[in-house]
Structure formats: structure tokens, C-alpha cells
Design a binder for this molecule. Structure first.
Ligand code: BTN
Length: 249
């Protein structure tokens, strides 16, 4: 069984915790080495987007994984992380979350956390830099995101305790990571926690490609199954998913 033993390195300011951890991974850092920064000056999100990371406004965290599971299951690392963040937010501050495929945690339909898992080649083998950004306060994002994003402070009405959330996150990651050895458990748990897994009418965009349909579960490797108007099942492996309206009413 794979045991994860996180070891946290702290920084006041970094361009990106993912970038710094990739550098350490290349130098031979062990699985579990993690980085937390008070601010990021060049925080990165999915699809080459910037991740706004002002000082103290978010938990900016990355952990190095050296997974032994087959690479076609590596997309489930993001699922595993979403489950861990969900547990951590519930345990540390009582915030309940939904998961939007593939990697956004939502509170009240607005984004509270983003996850960026990047596979890299290192001299000691292929590794994953798992980056997690949790919005702690509204300062974490620019005004144009106000309707799309939320924060722990908004969800709880209290000042968030970053260290408490971090401790809960490390514990939750340590609990969920070994379950990657049994991918079905991850997929089932993710599906139970995500309102996007089944019966959600969504639009998916990936570059110039746009599809619309109703979600009907996820594949064993994490691909989202979408039933289009013609009745075809499309497997979505990349892209942005937007809820059009809930078909569950
Ligand atoms: C997304 O939703 O697009 C993913 C956002 C991931 C942000 C985190 S913050 C810590 C780590 N370092 C980065 O530069 N990005 C990730």
C-alpha cells in the first residue's frame, strides 16, 4: 500500500509553489515533499490561466507525488485531491462542497478551490506536482470573478485559520492517496460527492470545440460521460464544464 508522508516547506513568496516544487522534484525530492507560500507572484491555473494569489488571501499549496499506478489512471489524482479538499474544508471549518468536473470545489455553486496536477519527468522517474489553491478571503480574486468565486471567510462568516485547514488537508491527502491503488473507490466516492456526475445539463468547451449534453457518470479513468441530444455518448477528457441548469430540478 502506498503511504504518503507529507513534509512541508514554507515560503513567504514564490512565483508558483508548483514551479518551485517541480525544481525540487527534478533535484530528487521524495514523494510527500510539500510547499506552502504566503503569496504567489505568478500562480498558475488550468489551461494556462493565471491564479490570483495575493498575500494571505489563499492557501497556496503543492505536494510532490511519485505515483506507482498506471499512467492512464493519473487523472484520478485530481479526483483524489478534490475528495481530500472536501474532507479538509468540512473537518476544519464546516464548509460543505460540491465537485465540478474535473477539479473545482464549489461552495454554493461558486468556486472555492482549484486543483492543478502537472505530470513532469525527473531523473528518478515521472512525477506529479499536485497544486491546490483554496480561497481563504475575497481578496484572493479580482472583482470580475466575484460572481464565480467564493472563499472560506464568505462561506463561514469567520476569519479562516490557514494552519488548521492545512493540517486537515495533509491528513485528508494521507487518507485518500493510498486509495488510488483501488481506482474504483476513488471514482465511486467522487461520483457520490459531485452533482456533476449524473443528470446535469452542461456545456463543455475545449478550445474551439463546444458540446452540450447531460452527464451520465464517469469512466474508470475519470473521463466524463456526456449524452448529447442525438443520444451519442461522448467521453470528455479535457475542457471546461458549465452547468446550464440542473436536470434534477
Ligand atoms: C485551477 O482551478 O485552474 C487550478 C488552480 C490551482 C492553483 C494552485 S495555488 C498552488 C499551486 N501553485 C500554482 O501556481 N497553482 C496551484
Amino acid at each position: 500500500m502506498t503511504i504518503l508522508k507529507p513534509k512541508v516547506l514554507r515560503f513567504e513568496s514564490l512565483p508558483s509553489t508548483n514551479t518551485e516544487l517541480a525544481r525540487l522534484a527534478f533535484e530528487g525530492a521524495a514523494e510527500g515533499v510539500s510547499i506552502v507560500a504566503d503569496e504567489q507572484t505568478a500562480g498558475r491555473g488550468r489551461l494556462q490561466r493565471a491564479w490570483s494569489s495575493p498575500k494571505g488571501a489563499g492557501l497556496y499549496f503543492s505536494i510532490l507525488l511519485r505515483p506507482t499506478i498506471p499512467q492512464n489512471y493519473w487523472p484520478l489524482i485530481t479526483f483524489m485531491a478534490a475528495l481530500a479538499v472536501g474532507d479538509a474544508l468540512r473537518e476544519s471549518c464546516g464548509v460543505e462542497t460540491d465537485i465540478k468536473w474535473p477539479n473545482d470545489l464549489l461552495s454554493g455553486e461558486r468556486k472555492i478551490c482549484g486543483i492543478l496536477a502537472e505530470a513532469i519527468d525527473t531523473p528518478s522517474g515521472r512525477a506529479v506536482i499536485l497544486g491546490i489553491g483554496i480561497n481563504l478571503t475575497q481578496n484572493a480574486f479580482p472583482p470580475e470573478l466575484a460572481n464565480l468565486a467564493t472563499s472560506v471567510s464568505e462561506a463561514t462568516g469567520r476569519a479562516p485559520d490557514r494552519e488548521q485547514i492545512l493540517a486537515a488537508l495533509l491528513e485528508a491527502l494521507s487518507c485518500w492517496y493510498p486509495l488510488l491503488d483501488e481506482p474504483k473507490q476513488i471514482v465511486d466516492a467522487w461520483s457520490n460527492r459531485s452533482s456533476y456526475a449524473i443528470g446535469k445539463l452542461v456545456q463543455v468547451s475545449n478550445g474551439d470545440d463546444v458540446w452540450q449534453g447531460t452527464t451520465c457518470g464517469v469512466e474508470s479513468d475519470g473521463a466524463l460521460r456526456l449524452r448529447t441530444a442525438s443520444g451519442d455518448i461522448k467521453l470528455v477528457r479535457a475542457g471546461d464544464v458549465y452547468s446550464i441548469r440542473s436536470s434534477k430540478g
